[in-house]
Design a protein around this ligand. Sequence first.
Ligand SMILES: Cc1ncc(COP(=O)(O)O)c(C=O)c1O
Length: 416
Amino acid sequence: MEHLKKTDIEIFTGINSEIARQQNVIELIASENIVSRAVLEAMGTPLTNKYSEGMPFKRYYGGNDYIDYCEDLAVKRAKELFGAEHVNVQPHAGSQANMEAYFALLELKDKILGMALDHGGHLTHGSHVNFSGKFYTFSSYGVDKETEMIDLDNVREIAQKEQPRLILAGASAYPRSINFKAFKGIADDVGALFMVDMAHIAGLIAAKLHPDPVPYADVVTTTTHKTLRGPRGAMILCKEAHAKAIDKAVFPGMQGGPLDHVIAAKAVAFKEALEPSFAIYQKQVISNAQALAETLMDEGFRLVSGGTDNHLILVDLTNKNITGKEAEIALDVAGICCNKNMIPYDTRSPFNPSGIRLGTPAITTRGFREEDAKQVGEWISKVISDPSNETLKKQINRDVQELCSAHRIYAGLTPQ
Ligand SMILES: Cc1ncc(COP(=O)(O)O)c(C=O)c1O
């Protein structure tokens, strides 16, 4: 970063400090990951200079031969990875991919049935503060009060009553597998389209460690930066019948020029995901989540749904007499980064909810194994049992840094 250092010392310092933070912190935010140096390099290239509105080989600007080459490779690799009939790799973000999917499939104000935000859904699945809740007519399903898992009979009941035009599956904070085949059956029974937002679990699906929505859904959206471990961005997969509508919804419907440097980095990430080592990584993500879950349960924590099938855990802190916000702050001081989260049927507010969400994609990328996940669980338990003990948090922060330096990331990236 020698040019940046000369030109803009303030931003250089900010970036350098963030790299150091990432190197020294245990990152448990379930939606984050650590991209490879190859993905980083592709993003930091002059591809950012290019305008390339339109699709590969059908652009509105000249000079796109190499951009076409890169985007075409990204599309081919994504199709191979997920067995999709059609893929658009241009969406800038997961939220935009969802906007574009709704825009392609529906009329404004059409009815959609999605998962409630406070039961694990996403803002773009119908929250009233989001475009989705303002532009479309949402109803929602949640999890069963006892099992804290999706109750498909209940989904069917709501679908029959509401007669939605589209049924949406997928979540941001749901620790269990989703039965996409059963969702498709319900959608067919009520004559609805079926869409899946697989943002959180795309990496697990690519590795065939989670039921696959692609054969069943009309449209599948995903971010590329969570378990899939690519650059920040998104893509849309769909059946050939929806291909034209999806491409038109992305451009000119919702976006202008694609982020060509990011699309090149997506292609790199998809190549990595096609390697056998990616499936081994995803298996470890799940094993680490299960090791962390078991440790926390042994320490007396109550986990929503009693465990996890995927990369994330939702912890109900009610019996620990601490709120999600207090836990997030205390763990942060100890060098453990996570986010406060609503739990199903939460009686508290989203700003200070009863739970925290923990995920293992990032720690697994940096090489943590089950014994490390167990150690992390023990540290979490200690901090949460005594959150105002500053000496304890400082000691754990030192231990965290030691464990992180045994699993270094981006070695040599922070200039002296
Ligand atoms: C299920 C789901 N969909 C969509 C998104 C939105 O992605 P982005 O933050 O890239 O807009 C998220 C982000 O957390 C998500 O969890």
